[in-house]
Design a protein around this ligand. Structure first.
Ligand SMILES: *Cc1c(COP(=O)(O)O)cnc(C)c1O
Length: 347
């Protein structure tokens, strides 16, 4: 079973004390709902939604780029980015564990007619420059045209260090490729690397950022980058059915999240470290914390998912490693309940 295996309607009504399946499960709090209710709105397809404009301007300023466009999902945001860089029969080079290659229903191939060249990712989530170089194809009628390198940060909860990113980007640039960052958890990376948003964004032409992961907004992603690429992506968004009207209600939630929920990501990282430490102390197996995620490889404890569910704790499937994700709606009480449940099911 994959990490999404438990994301079904089954069990949706049983009492849940702590949901660690993903940081997408957060619910908007009262303050966020208020700003959504009061958001000034207009028709964003006409470019007239003031809250959307405020969100896009806020993020492009923060990342030191020209412009930005709001999307309904990270998947659509990445696809529009790929399509803004690439034409039919072009190729992207992408890490073999990255979301664009593994978790977006092959949209780049299916909808963009772009060939995906998956390459080995290192244990830290980066791609070695020599791997990138050897994947870039020469100009030959037999080959797809290598056009774009897609990196991701964080990857499986790991923040890739700046020098490793720059090495990979330099390899792509030297062959004339553009570079996109899938920064679904961009701010988790910022928090872990203790760097500036503009610093992490600097090497990239485009960056996609999810508002609905650790930032805890209900909906939305933003593509940030050079003006010409964002203009193309905006047109592609319409093509893909992602042009929305009074979407300022969603942008207001995103702006609220960027104002109130960035600094608190460090708390999620702290609780992840705490939980991993606790699980290692229990001797249940090997637990490793990476930013807001804990990866547990249990030694001899089958069916942990079902057993913990009986105690109101939801975790992802065992494959054989279990991913647990800390987020805004896991407070110290929920964390304590999780620890207690683990202790009960293994003793
Ligand atoms: C969640 C995620 C996305 C986008 O997912 P959506 O569910 O479509 O918003 C893209 N990349 C990564 C690495 C992600 O974790």
């Amino acid at each position: 079973m994959n990490q999404y295996g438990s994301m079904t309607r089954a069990g949706a009504n049983s009492e849940c004390l702590c949901d660690l399946r993903s940081d997408t499960v957060t619910r908007p709090d009262d303050a966020m709902r208020r700003v959504m209710a009061e958001a000034p709105v207009g028709d964003d397809v006409y470019g007239e939604d003031p809250s959307i404009i405020a969100l896009e301007t806020h993020l492009s300023d923060m990342l030191g780029k020209d412009s930005a466009t709001f999307f309904p999902s990270g998947t659509q945001c990445n696809l529009a980015a790929v399509m803004s860089h690439c034409g039919r029969s072009d190729e992207i080079i992408v890490g073999d564990s990255y979301h664009i290659y593994c978790d977006e229903a092959a949209g780049a191939s299916v909808l963009a007619s772009v060939s995906m060249c998956p390459v080995r990712t290192e244990p830290d989530g980066s791609i070695l420059p020599e791997i990138i170089q050897s994947a870039i194809k020469e100009d030959d009628d037999h080959y797809a045209h290598s056009r774009l390198l897609c990196l991701e940060n964080t990857v499986g909860g790991q923040a890739i260090a700046m020098p490793r990113i720059k090495d990979g980007v330099a390899a792509a640039r030297s062959a004339g490729l553009s570079v996109h960052l899938d920064g679904a958890r961009f701010f988790n990376a910022i928090s872990a690397l203790d760097c500036d948003p503009a610093e992490l964004a600097e090497p990239f032409d485009t960056i996609s950022i999810c508002l609905s992961k650790g930032l805890a907004a209900p909906v939305g992603s933003v593509l940030v980058g050079h003006a010409d690429l964002i203009a193309r992506a905006r047109r592609i968004r319409k093509l893909l059915g992602g042009g929305m009207r009074q979407s300022g209600i969603l942008a207001a939630a995103g702006l609220h999240a960027l104002t109130h929920n960035v600094d608190r990501l460090a708390e999620d990282h702290q609780r992840a470290a705490d939980l991993a430490n606790y699980l290692n102390g229990l001797g249940i197996g090997l637990a490793v914390a990476q930013t807001n995620m804990v990866f547990l490889t249990p030694a001899t404890h089958p069916d942990l998912q079902q057993k913990l569910a009986a105690h109101g704790i939801r975790i992802g499937g065992q494959s054989p490693t279990i991913r647990m994700v800390l987020h805004k709606d896991v407070d110290d009480t929920a964390l304590a309940a999780t620890k207690a449940a683990f202790e009960r099911v293994i003793t």
